[in-house]
Design a protein around this ligand. Structure first.
Ligand code: AMP
Length: 394
């Protein structure tokens, strides 16, 4: 089966075509800066790698550009759009109704639209990708995998906020949890590696968005992001945990509008707000040159992660392994070192030389006598989506 995975963001479309069940990647690509005259299209197959700049006005134009690359006589991989059997769409918010991979119909689409109020940065773009794909790949089955789905197992005591009950019951205000596809993928890889199923794991996804999940016996039981993908860890541009009183102070005393506050906390905070950059590579370089803001931001980031590790070890009453994944988790030996420093009370010790080794494979970076394993596991959300789509349709 040829399964095309589409991940539509507000100004980008990322895609990957996989052959299942062999899991062979046929091509992978992205279009960034949709809506501009200098949108960047990246496209890669086994034999070709093409980067070009186009004018791409909207998602429809973006998906049309992708289709013409897939069908291109020279560098394409398909003769007809009908060779795509299914499309797997990543949708960020599935609310409490969708905790499983789901075939898309009108009802699912209207639910995704309704949930846009809960994920205004993500769900509208995700829906646009679905509508366009239905038009262009009319013979393909369209399937949705929700980022929230893996967290459907979080117990009420962990997902409910201590606000009046009716806001939970009638209005659906609760912690939903995100990055589920990634946490599911890496935790299953960890269980395979550990040759155990009944494990207590902490999965730490550190990319532009950052989140941490407690996973017991293969199930998510608590997660750092909440009602929206904004709570918890310090991220590239998002503050993570913050006292809500600050919002009233910003509005009532400092004259911010609610839109300003939203912009501030989602787009101007986190590492960007602390250092002027949201790219950890630049921050690490500046820190090594003695930049005090960057040194402190790295320490704050690691400190927040440590607090969650402590909390989740307590809630699971134990810990078998922690997992580092995504851009920072997989590549930043410094961040892993800062997080794992002085954690001997929790029975884990990093092996400094293993920590410096680079690999695209799953690897163990703890010392041999560390009781808790420290694993670095490259995430692969596209493969996880393709697996789920394949399972649903077969
Ligand atoms: P992602 O959202 O998973 O693509 O991750 C993006 C983040 O990973 C950015 O903050 C990058 O700076 C960071 N990143 C990527 N490669 C490295 C690296 N070699 N060292 C440190 N951070 C990195």
């Amino acid at each position: 089966m040829n399964i095309l995975i589409i991940n539509s963001g507000s100004s980008s479309i990322k895609y990957q075509l996989l052959e299942m069940p062999s899991t062979k990647v046929i091509c992978v690509g992205s279009i960034e800066r949709i809506g501009s005259t200098d949108a960047i299209s990246n496209y890669k197959t086994d034999n070709n790698k093409v980067e070009k700049i186009y004018e791409i006005a909207n998602h429809k134009a973006g998906l049309e550009r992708i289709t013409s690359l897939l069908l291109d006589a020279e560098i394409g991989v398909l003769n007809s759009t009908e060779e795509i059997d299914a499309i797997g769409h990543r949708v960020v918010h599935g609310g409490s109704d969708y905790t499983e991979t789901t075939l898309i119909d009108e009802e699912v689409k209207s639910k995704i639209k309704m949930l846009s109020t809960l994920a205004p940065l993500h769900n509208p773009a995700n829906l646009q990708g679905i509508v366009m794909a239905e038009e262009i790949f009319a013979t393909a089955k369209q399937v949705v995998v929700f980022d929230t789905a893996f967290h459907g197992t979080v117990p009420v005591k962990a997902k409910k906020y201590a606000i009046p009950n009716e806001l939970y019951e009638k209005d659906g205000i609760q912690a939903y949890g995100f990055h589920g596809t990634s946490h599911k993928y890496v935790s299953e890889k960890a269980n395979e590696y550990l040759l155990k199923e009944n494990t207590k794991l902490i999965s730490i996804h550190l990319g532009n968005g950052c989140s941490i999940t407690a996973i017991k016996d293969g199930k998510s039981i608590d997660h750092s992001m909440g009602f929206a993908p904004s709570n918890g860890l310090i991220m590239g541009t998002r503050s993570g945990d913050i006292d809500h009183s600050i919002i009233y102070y910003l509005v009532n005393t400092l004259g911010y509008s609610l839109d300003d506050v939203n912009e501030l906390l989602n787009k101007k905070s986190g590492m960007l707000g602390l250092t002027g950059s949201n790219d950890l590579r630049d921050i690490e370089e500046e820190a090594s040159n003695g930049n005090a803001d960057c040194i402190l931001a790295l320490e704050m980031n690691a400190y927040r992660i440590k607090k969650y590790i402590g909390a989740y070890t307590a809630t699971m009453n134990g810990l078998d392994a922690i997992i580092f994944t995504a851009g920072i988790g997989e590549n930043s030996s410094l961040m892993r070192q800062l997080v794992c420093k002085d954690m001997d009370y929790f029975n884990f010790q990093l092996d400094d030389s293993k920590n410096e080794l680079r690999s695209k494979n799953i690897r163990e970076v703890n010392t041999t006598d560390s009781k808790v394993k420290i694993l670095v596991i490259p995430t692969n959300e596209e493969l996880e989506i393709a697996k789920q789509v394949y399972e649903l349709l077969n």
